[in-house]
Design a binder for this molecule. Structure first.
Ligand SMILES: O=c1nc[nH]c2c1ncn2[C@H]1C[C@H](O)[C@@H](COP(=O)(O)OP(=O)(O)OP(=O)(O)O)O1
Ligand SMILES: [Mg+2]
Length: 207
């Protein structure tokens, strides 16, 4: 590899919002981010698990086996206290199979609206799995605490960002710049944990 050639990291996601977050997170480290948006011929991996880890593992391990290389996957979502942790692992499909961010946000507001004085506390969760066809996968997690706003604000980010209010900043996640979001997000926190064990994992002999 010559000095100008970037290292590549393959991320098993088809979500353009995540792809952008990962580009912001990895580019300063000298990586070029490649996602499944660059491999349109690869079919969706069905998220049949009931935990973030099960789904992240399935996405990472399926794509790593298919491509024969190291692959990172992210399974994430929002967990809302007043909804007993829902939508959680079902965040993407909360309002139905069409995976509409606007419909998902509207459903959250409607469900909280039907409760009397509900807690607005919530957190985003991210599980990252790093997989290689010949190794045991590496699993890490990250979270960020916040509140559900009364109405959506901001047009940056994706998913539930317009509803996720950060009291100490006085802004929703969608009102932060990409750089600001990716310094504090659940995804950033998971990546910090991945960095702690990544080098040792790469050096380990294949099983
Ligand atoms: O930073 C975030 N800001 C806002 N919303 C977020 C974030 N992180 C996850 N979320 C929401 C979006 C989606 O409703 C669900 C992820 O679902 P999840 O299955 O992990 O991703 P996905 O299906 O959109 O893409 P893919 O599986 O191809 O990676 O949580
Ligand atoms: Mg998904």
């Amino acid at each position: 590899m010559n000095a100008t050639e970037k290292k590549k990291i393959v991320i098993a996601t088809k979500n353009p919002g995540k792809a952008r977050d990962f580009a912001v997170l990895f580019e300063p480290k000298g990586y070029e981010v490649v996602t499944l948006l660059d491999y349109p011929e690869i079919e969706d991996v069905e998220e049949t698990g009931y935990t973030f880890e099960a789904n992240a593992r399935k996405k990472a391990e399926t794509i790593a086996a298919l491509l024969g290389m190291t692959v990172l996957a992210d399974d994430s979502g929002i967990c809302i206290d007043a909804l007993d942790g829902q939508p959680g692992v079902f965040s993407a499909r909360f309002a139905g199979g069409m995976k509409s961010d606007a419909a998902n946000n509207a459903k959250v507001l409607a469900m909280l609206g039907s409760q009397e004085n509900p807690s607005r506390k919530a957190h985003f969760h991210c599980t990252l799995v790093l997989a290689h066809p010949d190794r045991e996968s590496l699993v890490v997690e990250g979270d960020i605490e916040g509140e559900i706003a009364e109405f959506p604000s901001g047009d940056n980010g994706f998913g539930y960002d317009p509803l996720f209010y950060l009291p100490h900043l006085g802004k929703t996640m969608a009102e932060l710049s990409d750089t600001e979001k990716n310094q504090i997000s659940h995804r950033a926190n998971a990546l910090k944990n991945l960095e702690k064990s990544w080098a040792a994992w790469l050096e380990k002999e294949a099983d």
